[in-house]
Design a protein around this ligand. Structure first.
Ligand SMILES: Cc1cc2nc3c(=O)[nH]c(=O)nc-3n(C[C@H](O)[C@H](O)[C@H](O)COP(=O)(O)O)c2cc1C
Length: 450
């Protein structure tokens, strides 16, 4: 591992030199136009191979429906031209929310979600014409261990974990969510998927990343006497059964998942880790899971890595941690290279599935060159941006129209959006978006975010 460093790259040549110095595989293609081409993803034609990744806004209205602020975010993404818009986590039950302002999909908020889908599509069509239809996927979640439905932790855990329990001060006898409650949560996902179809989304994502409930089940090696713990088939059961049920009950809907392909939490407490070298990634199980998802009819899958509440840099390589957070013990380019390597391995092992890759934002204006090389080599189908999209909602428009990203508009990986989420305040880019620059200033003065 190399020491952490901030971004100082001035050219593609310096990026490749830095990758060489660190011994990393960072592919690069000077012509990024492949990303601007139409593609078929999960049986639908999408306008380009660029995706907005799900980014929680913590700005739902009081009932859990998307607010005007939420809808503004998605109108901006849609006008910005991305081919896939992966809408942020929406809780499938009240105690599964990560914060009191997380979206929540229920019978009483479904109308507000329908308005979100409609306004997002209208904004895309107004800017790009009626033929431009981004794929709209809604992420469904239960925050499990990291639930804070009223603003303070109310963890619902499926196994004890010596790496994660101390984050919440959990005692050794803290109770586990029993199997019959997990069965009920699976039903909540299925019901929410039905509502998502009624609201007009193209697809739903059964969220299985970042240590939240379904992700934690995948890692529940030590859960005993349970249909959902121990052997791989048990740990994969929740996700596979939920996907199968949604496909059976709502066949018109695309079903997908956002998967932490590896938790980076040492074996046996993390998914995708090596039993013989517990801190190392081992993709045998993730590949088997993805093959099972393909068998169940999944044709698009978004990948991520890590458990951000534990070590956020694995999922999102950054220059600066959140205020007061630790500086990672690796170079951000190592984190980017890990994302690329793992996405490649999964994509090459499951060519029937279109993999949506993550972890590109740190690369700033060099991200299209790296993404284009990944797509050209068949190592990933779609390139996703999380923080990058928040900072630069029209990133796809600039790539399609100008053939490049504008270096003056890219994300600076300052972690201040993460800090807003941590403080349960409405999330936006405090560097680039005027609405949130004032939020940051007001927070600094000790006031409320507007
Ligand atoms: C403020 C914030 C909110 C996020 N919300 C979600 C979410 O709702 N669902 C999800 O799967 N990932 C979420 N993520 C992770 C991002 O989707 C993405 O994986 C991560 O930022 C790395 O990609 P990037 O380098 O393009 O930012 C969030 C990240 C941040 C910083």
């Amino acid at each position: 591992m190399a020491a952490h460093a901030r971004f100082r790259l001035r050219s593609a040549g310096s990026l490749l030199a830095e990758a060489g110095r660190l011994g990393l595989d960072i592919p690069y293609e000077d012509d990024p136009s492949i990303l601007a081409e139409r593609a078929v993803v999960a049986g639908r034609t999408v306008p380009n191979r660029l995706a907005v990744l799900p980014m929680e806004g913590a700005d739902a209205d009081a009932s859990g429906g998307p607010s005007e602020r939420t809808r503004r975010r998605y109108r901006r993404y849609a006008a910005g031209g991305a081919g896939l818009i992966w809408i942020e986590a929406a809780a499938v039950r009240p105690d599964g929310r990560s914060n009191p302002r997380q979206l929540r999909l229920t019978g009483s908020t479904v109308g507000a979600f329908a308005r979100l889908a409609e306004e997002t599509r209208a904004a895309a069509a107004a800017e790009w014409g009626p033929g431009h239809r981004p794929l709209l996927v809604l992420q469904l979640t239960d925050s499990g261990r990291f639930a804070k439905p009223e603003g303070t932790p109310r963890p619902r855990i499926v196994q004890h974990n010596p790496h994660l329990d101390p984050l919440l001060g959990l005692p050794a006898d803290y109770p586990l969510v029993p199997d019959d409650e997990l069965d009920a949560i699976r039903d909540d996902f299925v019901e929410a998927a039905d509502l998502a179809a009624a609201a007009g989304f193209d697809g739903v994502d059964i969220k299985a990343c970042h240590g939240y409930l379904v992700s934690e089940i995948l890692a529940a090696h030590g859960r005993e006497d349970s249909r959902y713990g121990g052997p791989f088939a048990n740990r994969a059961r929740f996700l596979l059964e939920t996907v199968g049920r949604v496909r059976g009950e709502t066949p018109s809907l695309i079903v997908t998942s956002r998967l932490s392909a590896a938790d980076l939490v040492p074996f046996p407490f993390g998914f995708g880790m090596d039993p013989d070298a517990p801190g190392n990634v081992d993709l045998d199980e993730p590949k088997a899971l993805v093959a099972g998802l393909a068998e169940a009819g999944v044709r698009v899958l978004a990948l991520s890595l890590g458990v951000p509440a534990w070590k956020p840099h694995f999922g999102r390589p950054f220059d600066r941690p959140v205020p007061g957070g630790p500086v990672p013990d690796e170079h951000p380019l190592e984190g980017v290279a890990r994302h690329l390597r793992i996405a490649s391995e999964i994509q090459l092992a499951s060519p029937r599935i279109a993999v949506v890759g993550a972890g590109y934002s740190w690369l700033r204006a060099f991200a299209p060159g790296v993404g284009a090389a990944m797509v050209a080599a068949g190592r990933t189908a779609v390139i996703g941006f999380g923080r990058g999209a928040l900072a630069y909602p029209d990133f796809a428009a600039d790539l399609v129209r100008e053939g490049r990203f504008d270096p003056g508009k890219v994300c600076t990986t300052c972690s201040l959006c993460s800090d807003l989420l941590r403080r349960q305040e409405p999330v936006g880019c405090v560097v680039r978006d005027p609405l949130y620059k004032s939020a940051a200033a007001s927070a600094r003065k000790g006031g409320q975010a507007p």
